[in-house]
Design a protein. Structure first.
Length: 216
């Protein structure tokens, strides 16, 4: 595992959206300068993968993250993936190849707000954008990590790692997955409304070819 990635214990993740690129900035707790970037030359909802690297070393790829919730090491070995648990929108499973399954569930006040009966009245995107959301991931062999979306219309995410063995690339895959499926941000919506939905296919084919030939 990469030392720079795995040294992150408490960190925040936020996105810069555009029709031509998407860049996520990862900051260690209390720091203003990002220590990692997660970038692709296409909109956030597009199929091509994110490249993860340090800002000062853009050519040194640390790993790859897909919007579908999959994480790969720099040599393209699969690290793990995100999948939905039996209770859709209330439970998720992160599968890390060398650590087993981590189950994620709503935590604290979010768990009460997301209870089925209450969620029928309060489970609206506009309200989700104004309230914080918390999820805890843990498993039989791991204490996992805590994840939170800060309150506000511009989504920012906070992560606290409780088990240093959890791969940070897999956590970043979860952040991207949650942001795509369970979070509202007006900047993201603006990109969705102004981007050609068919432009992804050529880029997706090129990304697949790179993976098959082992190119970064």
């Amino acid at each position: 595992m990469n030392q720079l990635l795995q040294s992150l214990q408490e960190f925040t993740v936020s996105a810069d959206y555009s029709r031509t690129h998407t860049t996520w900035e990862v900051r260690a707790a209390g720091q203003r300068t990002p220590v990692l970037l997660m970038h692709k030359d296409s909109p956030h909802h597009s199929l091509p993968e994110y490249r993860v690297y340090a800002p000062e070393r853009p050519d040194e790829i640390l790993g790859f993250v897909l919007s579908t919730g999959m994480a790969f090491a720099a040599d393209r070995t699969q690290i793990g993936k995100v999948r939905t648990g039996p209770w859709e929108d209330r439970e998720w499973i992160l599968v890390q190849q060398d650590l087993g399954e981590l189950t994620g569930k709503w935590k604290g006040n979010t768990r009460l707000r997301r209870a089925p009966v209450i969620d029928n009245f309060l489970g609206h995107e506009s309200l989700d954008a104004l309230l914080s959301a918390k999820v805890r991931f843990s498993g039989p062999q791991s204490e996992g990590f805590d994840f939170a979306r800060s309150a506000g219309i511009r989504a920012e995410y906070e992560v606290t790692v409780r088990d240093p063995r959890v791969d940070r690339l897999l956590i970043l895959a979860w952040v991207v997955h949650f942001n795509w499926h369970h979070s509202v941000d007006p900047r993201k919506t603006a990109v969705d409304l102004t981007t050609n939905p068919f432009r992804d296919f050529g880029a997706a084919r090129r990304a697949k070819k790179r993976r098959q030939t082992g190119q970064n």
